[in-house]
Design a protein around this ligand. Structure first.
Ligand code: NZQ
Ligand code: ZN
Length: 387
């Protein structure tokens, strides 16, 4: 096990009916901005629950945060926050609304010029302060409800970049599994696959003698494999929804990544596919991951074999055969949720691979992944395999 620091102060308030406790969680006396997405919260009744839970609070609403939240939209919210002297931000939505609110919280107190800097030049500019925020999560997937990450898209330049700051860890997040009941099939599928790949990014690297971390990770993946299909076929299965929701949160709250190497190459490449082609985040991961597993099969050999055995039950054959079957089973799992894993299914061809690789070259990237050795030539190979 490697040395680590694990800090996670987010107050998770979990279970059916918990939205009604909002007034005890929001700091009293603050002027609140209630931020939401494209309007699903009006159709499924979550908006009404939130409003009913905050009687007498001074509240301004900001709607229209897009999936893959846009810098251009979020900057409008920043203006309002400053003008209205907002003291607390409440995100009601999925990962996009939560990430958007984290950006608004940080950008509102940023004094270093254009806030885009803390994404585009994140090694140089760090976010150290932000307005306090909380969330009512409506879509289990990203883990944003219990982490300090935010991913923002700059629409005008087709860039999708992230930042991390302890300052944007939510004060609290309400996780009521009944929000899953209104999710379209596609978003359940996206949520399961995104959470699964979050675990993979922190697990499928190389062994560092950390059996407890490995087993936490495997428990989350096995839970997603078992519960995901139940949620897909019966959206109102409360226990399946609850287990799916908690698994997705645990997949990216810092716990399983503590003390182990982390990859994140699949996400780094996937974000480019969203930036250029607007493909849903989880779908980009389902495309890229099988290619990474193939190209880095030697690097990741021990963990690939362990993953195959403990998650997919693959115990026979030579090491090479077992790795082939492991990759195959992973692809089958993604596709069983109706998520294609080839670029052609999304109308993306060779020219896009060149554009993505050029972008990494322009950013001066030498290599990514747990060893920093996935080169740009290999990124090309990964994407070409997935054409
Ligand atoms: O916008 P509304 O109308 O609310 O509709 C949303 C949206 O269209 C809808 N939805 C959400 N909850 C619903 C619902 N529809 C019906 N019933 C409900 N209960 O679902 C659609 C997708 O929502 P979105 O928030 O975009 O999805 P998700 O939670 O998958 O978030 C994706 C974003 O998170 C980022 C991704 O890059 C992407 O931008 N990520 C954030 C991470 C983090 N902060 O740690 C890590 C992830 O790897 C990821 O990169
Ligand atoms: Zn993700």
């Amino acid at each position: 096990m490697q040395n680590f620091e694990f800090f996670n102060p987010v107050n998770i308030v979990f279970g059916q009916g918990q939205i009604k406790n909002l007034s005890t969680l929001v700091p009293s006396g603050s002027k609140i901005m209630l931020a939401y997405g494209g309007g699903s919260i009006f159709k499924n009744g979550i908006y009404n629950q939130v409003k009913a839970a905050l009687p007498g609070f001074d509240l301004i609403e900001f709607g229209g945060i897009e999936p893959n939240p846009r810098y251009e939209t979020l900057m409008k919210a920043v203006e309002i926050v400053k003008k209205e002297k907002i003291g607390f931000l409440l995100a009601v939505g999925g990962g996009s609304v939560l990430d958007g609110v984290k950006f608004i919280a940080a950008a509102s107190l940023w004094e270093g010029g254009d806030p885009w800097k803390f994404l585009a030049q994140r090694s140089k500019f760090t976010v150290t302060q932000a307005l306090p925020l909380g969330s009512v999560l409506t879509l289990p997937a990203t883990g944003s409800e219990m982490n300090g990450n935010s991913v923002v898209t700059r629409f005008s330049t087709r860039e999708k970049l992230s930042f991390y700051s302890k300052a944007v860890l939510p004060l609290f997040s309400i996780l009521d599994p009944t929000v899953v009941f209104s999710l379209p099939e596609k978003q359940v599928a996206n949520g399961v696959v995104d959470a699964f790949v979050h675990v993979i990014e922190q697990y499928l690297t190389y062994p560092v003698n950390s059996p407890i971390q490995d087993r936490f990770a495997e428990a989350i993946m096995l839970t997603l494999v078992e519960e995901g299909p139940k949620v897909l076929t019966n959206r109102t299965d409360y226990d399946a929804a609850a287990n799916f929701m908690w698994a997705a949160t645990m997949a990216l709250n810092g716990l399983i990544g503590a003390g182990v190497p982390q990859d994140w190459a699949t996400h780094t490449i996937g974000h480019e596919l969203t930036a250029f082609h607007n493909i849903d985040h989880a779908r980009t991961l389902a495309i890229v991951l099988p290619g990474i597993m193939q190209v880095k099969r030697e690097n990741k050999k021990e963990k690939l074999l362990q993953f195959g055995e403990r998650v997919w039950g693959i115990k026979t054959g030579t090491a090479d055969e077992r790795i082939d079957t492991t990759i195959h089973r992973t692809v089958e799992f993604f596709e069983s949720f109706g998520i294609p894993t080839k670029l052609s299914a999304y109308g993306v061809g060779n020219e896009s691979i060149t554009a993505i690789c050029d972008r990494f070259t322009q950013r001066g990237i030498q290599g990514i992944g747990e060893r920093g050795d996935l080169t740009i030539a290999e990124i090309d190979e990964v994407l070409t395999l997935q054409l």
